[in-house]
Design a protein around this ligand. Structure first.
Ligand code: FEO
Ligand code: CA
Ligand code: CA
Length: 633
């Protein structure tokens, strides 16, 4: 039904012709201000022309990517197939699957038992999420990949009720979590894991980790096993990621609350726990059955030691990772790190829960190329975002003075409460944040929020529709974009607009149709993973409703698209198999391969991807390349 773009018709006019919008509404007022072509320019003007006018560098880059055929693909249609679909001229191959051993002499994945505690500890973890590729000094390529959680009905599919039945099942479940680090190499054009590489390592829920930064040693972090409050065991629910220019990997602990339970059913849950969703029942993982530190009746401070960003040196398998408390404690999605022009390190972070906030950390020290950057993430300022409806915003520093809290240590442990105290803007579930490497522009996926305008967040903060979160009962999600004042990532002021409001223009004729850059051909719901490539393309990965029915009719399985933040254009590049989400993205050293994560295919029992037949579905990392050997970003 979409008409071709006549050369004389603008982007806006084209969509107006194809998808006429209803009469102006309150929503349209906001959309007009923040999203229309006029809004793009108006928003950018607020931070001064210099921030938005393309520099020579980025123009050169755009010429280069045009020459390389960057983004020159025929967008694909939505589908509900049990396969990965990419455009003509591209191929997608599986690199590694849940349960694939990282060392030789270990058992291959067993489709009947789905592995044991022992086999899982030496194999790629489950539900891969954020990932980064590192170039080792010896030229090798080393991947670090998060393993966010396990699908109980799949990993324990050998048990009649899909629940862990004994201590070894708990061991297997815990080992399915964490981070997998391994070398990869390309032979005959095909990438594979290098078994037994000196870089290969599994980090799990039982790996020793140091606690550093303002909260280290605080009473709230002391436990029976660690009276010092500085030595944690393990990392869990590792969602999105970050990568530092000094060669380390950041893994982000998200829904850590779901692993704790109480042997005392009558336990009184303090408000501090309620804010983070910590209660007497876990989500069925039953870790406390075999490891009592997950029993909050016995070890009430243990949950305070999770919910952080952890820094890992992927090239040194014997290094001890560090929980960087200066970056705050919440349900961390990812950690997008930028070195500001003045040398300070800025880390942008989302807290993925309905009505929670967007944060940034600014290091006190400066990045030193070839210097010691090992303590940069321990000292600095922690800010939370306040968006105004006029398209401007402020980063508000969290300090004892601004929050009324006793110390920075407490702020770094009860960060949500600190942000509520300064009146931060409640957001529609902040997922990944992505910074454009070519200019001072940052985007965050706000995945959806059925509670917007319906009820407050877990801290009682009201959540009326507001500028960057304009729709009540938000089903589809949006991507907010901000431009730091003066192009300085350390600045406290910014201007913002909306890059896209997802929606379904084939079902709705109102705000739920989405913004003007959403069409019947590129529509999607629930943006989640977000990353700019080196050429400035914004890759958008979805974790949404894949029913392909009703509000989501025509949207098919979860997918990956690429957006152009200069023009607003969005094109669908990939569709995943049934019941998966697409999450995690990185590139080979030569940028000719893009690695993408396929998480939880068949989470409701209806996929056999990637092996087909009657195989158990397995989360996997795939490698995507062009048939002509061109660049992938
Ligand atoms: Fe792990 Fe918010 O996604
Ligand atoms: Ca996510
Ligand atoms: Ca999500």
């Amino acid at each position: 039904m979409t008409k071709p773009v006549p050369p004389t018709v603008s982007f806006d006019e084209f969509d107006e012709i194809n998808y006429p919008r209803p009469e102006i509404t309150d929503f349209d007022g906001i959309a007009e201000r923040f999203l229309s072509r006029r809004g793009f320019l108006k928003g950018s003007a607020m931070v001064g022309a210099s921030a938005f006018v393309l520099g020579a560098g980025s123009l050169a880059a755009r010429d280069a990517r045009a020459a390389a055929g960057w983004l020159s693909f025929e967008p694909i249609a939505a589908n509900s197939l049990d396969q990965v679909t990419v455009p003509k001229g591209f191929k997608a191959e599986v690199l590694v699957r849940w349960g694939d051993p990282l060392w030789s002499g270990k058992p291959a994945f067993d489709h009947v038992t789905r592995g044991t505690g022992e086999s899982q500890e030496t194999a790629f973890g489950d539900n891969n999420d954020g990932m980064s590729l590192f170039a080792a000094p010896d030229g090798k390529s080393v991947m670090a990949v998060n393993n966010e959680y396990v699908n109980r009905n799949i990993i324990f599919g050998n048990r009649p009720d899909g629940k862990p039945a004994n201590a070894d099942d708990v061991r297997k479940g815990k080992a399915g979590h964490g981070v997998s680090v391994f070398e990869i190499a390309q032979h005959g054009g095909k990438w594979s894991v290098v078994l037994d590489s000196k870089y290969n390592r599994r980090l799990t829920v039982d790996t020793p980790i140091d606690i550093t930064g303002p909260a280290a040693g605080h009473d709230l972090l002391k436990t029976a096993a660690d009276p010092s409050g500085t030595k944690a065991l393990g990392t869990m629910n590792n969602c999105g990621n970050g990568q530092t220019p000094w060669g380390t990997y950041l893994t982000c602990e998200e829904n850590f609350n779901g692993y704790f339970s109480s042997s005392d059913a009558e336990i009184k849950i303090p408000a501090e726990f309620k804010r983070y969703g910590i209660g007497p029942k876990d989500w069925g993982y039953a870790w406390a059955m075999a490891d009592e530190r997950f029993d909050i009746a016995k070890h009430p401070n243990e949950p305070n030691r999770a919910g952080f960003i952890v820094e890992i040196d992927p090239l040194n398998p014997s290094s001890t990772p560090k929980k960087r408390t200066a970056l705050g404690r919440f349900k961390h999605e990812n950690a997008e790190l930028v070195v500001a022009d003045n040398g300070h390190v800025v880390v942008y972070m989302g807290d993925d829960e309905r009505g929670e906030f967007i944060y940034k950390f600014v290091s006190a020290g400066k990045f030193a190329k070839d210097g010691d950057n090992s303590a940069l993430l321990d000292t600095g300022k922690l800010y939370v975002a306040k968006f105004s409806d006029d398209g401007t915003g402020m980063w508000v520093e969290l300090t004892p003075a601004s929050t009324g809290m006793a110390s920075m240590a407490e702020i770094c442990i009860h960060t949500r409460q600190a942000a509520s105290a300064v009146g931060a803007t409640t957001m529609d579930r902040p997922e990944w944040v992505a910074a454009n490497p070519l200019k001072a522009e940052v985007c965050c996926a706000l995945t959806n929020n059925k509670n917007r305008g319906v009820k407050p967040n877990a801290g009682g903060d009201p959540t009326p529709a507001n500028g960057p979160n304009p729709r009540e009962k938000n089903n589809y999600g949006q991507i907010v974009r901000w431009m730091p004042a003066g192009g300085d990532h350390t600045a406290e002021a910014f201007a913002w607009d909306l890059f896209v409001l997802a929606g379904n223009p084939t079902v709705h004729n109102d705000a739920n149709a989405g913004s003007k850059n959403v069409t019947a051909d590129n529509m999607f719901n629930s943006p989640d993973g977000l990353k700019f490539d080196s050429q400035g393309g914004l890759w958008i990965q979805t974790d949404g409703n894949y029913s392909n029915a009703k509000d989501f009719a025509g949207q098919g399985n979860n997918q990956m698209l690429v957006g152009n933040t200069e023009t607003g254009e969005i094109k669908r590049f990939l569709v995943g198999p049934k019941e998966c989400e697409i999450t995690g993205i990185t590139w080979s050293q030569d940028k000719k391969t893009m690695f993408v994560g396929i998480q939880h295919p068949g989470e409701k029992g209806n996929s056999h991807w990637p092996e087909g037949g009657d195989a158990v579905p397995r989360s996997s990392v795939i490698a995507i390349s062009r048939d002509d050997g061109g660049l992938m970003g």
